[in-house]
Design a binder for this molecule. Sequence first.
Ligand SMILES: *Cc1c(COP(=O)(O)O)cnc(C)c1O
Length: 233
Amino acid sequence: MIREQLSEVRQNIHDACIRGGRRPEEVTLIAVSKTKPEEMIQEAIACGQYVFGENKVQELCRKQACLPETCQWHMIGHLQRNKVRELLGKTVLIHSVDSRRLAEKIEEEAALQQLSVPILLEINVAQEESKFGISCEEAEDLVREISQMPHLKLKGFMTIAPNVEDPEQNRPIFRKLHDLFIDMQRKNIDNVDMQILSMGMTNDYVVAVEEGATMVRVGTGIFGERNYGLKSE
Ligand SMILES: *Cc1c(COP(=O)(O)O)cnc(C)c1O
């Protein structure tokens, strides 16, 4: 089942790229494996999927330790400052830098561990109370501050769009973030290399790709529904 779902998602991404006049290689599919067991991840690996997203530090570290080293792990969930030390060095990209304080904490730990840490800024485009992230208006100031932090490598933006019935409803959200992304690219800020736009989940990744996403994060569409009720986490 994972095989079929994966190939369907890949095909949809491919088609959306072609429709939008983009090269399919521009878009990276992150298989969001949170709450899912290692066996299911192994199944995805057998289908050539090596890029995974997790939203909890402990779970990410546990899975990484028992799965092939060729896997790449993305941290996509809200990150508490007291978990930063444990996470650094384990992940190819932290998508969820959602505050100045968190950026400062990562800088501090990265300096101690002598690491250069690729990050995305999480933007709450729709200004939803229930979500983390900074507003579009605050983004440039924070981009400029992060550009002064020598151990952080800012690579772009991430957003979690609202949970809507019709994915078309999120098109303006994705378009707005893409505009901000291009705007920031043009400013050519030192030590900032805007190249990644992480947006789109199971419900809306096709629209996100049409609007310029370079990374999509798909969980349910690959691994099936998550059952939180059975977990103690
Ligand atoms: C869980 C999660 C996803 C995947 O959601 P699906 O709807 O299952 O595709 C993507 N991004 C983030 C930040 C998540 O927490």
